[in-house]
Design a protein around this ligand. Structure first.
Ligand code: ATP
Length: 514
């Protein structure tokens, strides 16, 4: 169906986003700012709808989860306690010829993925050759595949130890041993690996003195931890319970490419779930499955998601997995699910001198709860949805159309109303339909060009329904309603439009699948 070459597809996503007012480079008239983007008129709507769906699924649907909205600025000691001042670093490396900077860990991971690809190709080739092909048996007996697998295992083991020991010389050695070349210069002329702290800092108040340095939060989670007791007490929350939050986070990313996948200012949607120590693994499994189900409910394709269990655990975690999504540039992290133990609350107890415990009436004892967190980037989610929904379709008669098959509940406009012609009282009737529906639905109105062209414009921005008012409408109070995906038209009574749109475009239709 698609006429677009895979390598051009991602470029199309970016240009489509701009052309139709979803995403613009930040301060574009000054040539933009690295890895910072603005959401346009349609992007803001889509983003809001995604956020709403997450919020409703987390907060509204779960009586034991409440939502807060903490400030971006936090007391600087927060970031000492959380470990971000000392350990929120990425290992960076420069290529001396191209002067390009890379994340050393990403270079290694990508090289390992290339070797994994080779294994998969061998397996695919063999599967074509042999009937009753047994992949596991093939992997354990084929010499070449075994050699690749041993190489991967060896690199993964060295890499994990090097990262855990903060052994940057060994990280560099792995890059050398893997013979990784810079994609720009094609050379292996690397600098040493250095650590780089990703937090942005600024100063508060009018005098810039030592001591008033504050950070732009690199994650929203800490705003939840420092409010844990406030919420638990005032909300009379009983464990297990969760606190959810959406909001901006800032990271001075070393390599900020790939459009809104990795930005320096982005939005997170996080939920910290406070549990009894010892029950965290059950809840970790529960939230892994619940969050995957949420993503699958969007209907973008089951095959586009997979779990990736972490090799290296962050300093606060005893288990961690990513839900990865198949972006146009491959499978990458979309959401993290982390079992964070009691690390954060204990650290804040220690640094603040305040007790952050929970009195468990069933056990008749107090403890610091354990935490399982779900953390998803709203912008990454936006990109995953937009790029999965964008299609170039060939139509009968050699025509093509760009269609954004967004889940109807997330689409910026739920429906567009067109008078067939700009006369005979059709615009007046169309406007009265608009007036009625816009109390409950985001509606578009268009009377310019042919109806065919108007359909194309709405297809390209993902509007699930187009309602056309024609001469028959004046006589029998019916209109045609056209489905974006099937392009089928149906004649329906005007007074049925509200219930049709409610049924097909409300967030309820998604929430019911959870
Ligand atoms: P990555 O390995 O891609 O840098 P991370 O493991 O550091 O991500 P977390 O700290 O777990 O990410 O953050 C949770 C989520 O926030 C991620 O799954 C991602 O969706 C989102 N996120 C993190 N960094 C960025 C960024 N720079 N731009 C956009 N989204 C981000």
């Amino acid at each position: 169906m698609s006429n677009i070459k895979p390598e051009d597809f991602f470029k199309n996503v970016i240009s489509h986003s701009k052309e139709y007012g979803f995403i613009f480079p930040s301060s574009e008239i000054y040539d933009g700012l690295g890895a910072v983007y603005d959401y346009g008129q349609l992007g803001a709507e889509l983003k809001k709808n995604i956020r709403d769906y997450w919020w409703k699924a987390m907060v509204q649907m779960n009586e034991n989860i409440v939502g807060i909205d903490a400030a971006i600025f936090m007391h600087p000691t927060t970031w000492k306690a959380s470990g971000h001042v000392d350990a929120f670093n990425d290992p960076l490396i420069d290529n001396k010829d191209s002067k390009k900077r890379y994340r050393a860990d990403v270079l290694i991971e990508e090289q390992v993925a290339k070797i994994e690809d080779k294994i998969n190709k061998e397996v695919e080739k063999a599967a074509k050759r042999f009937e009753n092909f047994d992949a596991a048996m093939f992997k354990s007996t084929n010499a070449r595949v075994k050699e690749y697998q041993e190489k991967i295992d060896n690199i993964n083991a060295r890499f994990k130890t090097a990262l855990n020991d903060n052994n940057l010389a060994e990280v560099k050695q792995i890059i050398v041993d893997l013979e990784i070349v810079c994609p720009i210069s094609g050379t292996k002329n690397w600098t040493d690996v250095r650590q780089f702290n990703l937090m942005f800092s600024t100063s508060m108040g009018s005098v810039s003195e030592e001591g008033n340095t504050i950070y732009l939060r690199p994650e929203t989670a800490q705003g939840i931890f420092v409010n844990y007791l406030n919420v638990q007490k005032t909300g009379r929350m009983k464990i297990p319970f969760g606190i959810a939050q959406t909001g901006k986070a800032f990271r001075n990313e070393i390599v900020a490419r790939q459009f809104i996948f990795r930005m320096r200012e982005f939005e997170q949607m996080e939920m910290q779930f406070f549990v009894k120590p010892g029950t965290e693994m059950e809840w970790y499994d529960y939230w892994k499955q619940a969050r995957l189900k949420w993503h699958l409910s969007l209907g973008l394709g089951k095959e586009k998601y997979r779990f990736h269990d972490h090799l290296k655990l962050a300093h606060y975690a005893n288990a961690a997995a990513d839900i990865e999504h198949q972006f146009p540039f491959g499978f990458k992290e979309l959401e993290g699910i982390h079992s964070r133990t009691d690390f954060d609350l204990k650290q804040h107890e220690q640094f603040s001198g305040k007790k952050l415990q929970y009195f468990d009436p069933e056990l008749n004892q107090s403890y610091v709860p354990y935490v399982v967190e779900t953390s998803v980037g709203l912008d990454r989610l936006f990109l995953s949805i937009l790029s999965s929904a964008l299609k170039e379709e060939s139509l009968e008669g050699g025509d093509t159309r760009s269609v954004l098959s967004l889940p109807p509940a997330l689409a910026p406009y739920k429906a567009a109303v067109f008078p067939l012609v700009k006369k005979d009282g059709l615009p007046e009737l169309a406007e009265s339909i608009m007036k009625e529906l816009k109390f409950d639905f985001m509606m578009a109105y268009d009377e310019k060009d042919t109806v065919g062209k108007r359909y194309r414009r709405q297809d390209a921005i993902g509007t699930p329904f187009c309602i056309t008012v024609d001469h028959q409408s004046l006589e029998d109070k019916t209109v045609t309603i056209r489905d974006r995906d099937t392009m089928k038209q149906e004649r329906v009574a005007i007074d049925k439009l509200h219930s049709i749109l409610s049924e097909k475009t409300s967030l309820q239709s998604l929430l019911k699948m959870l």
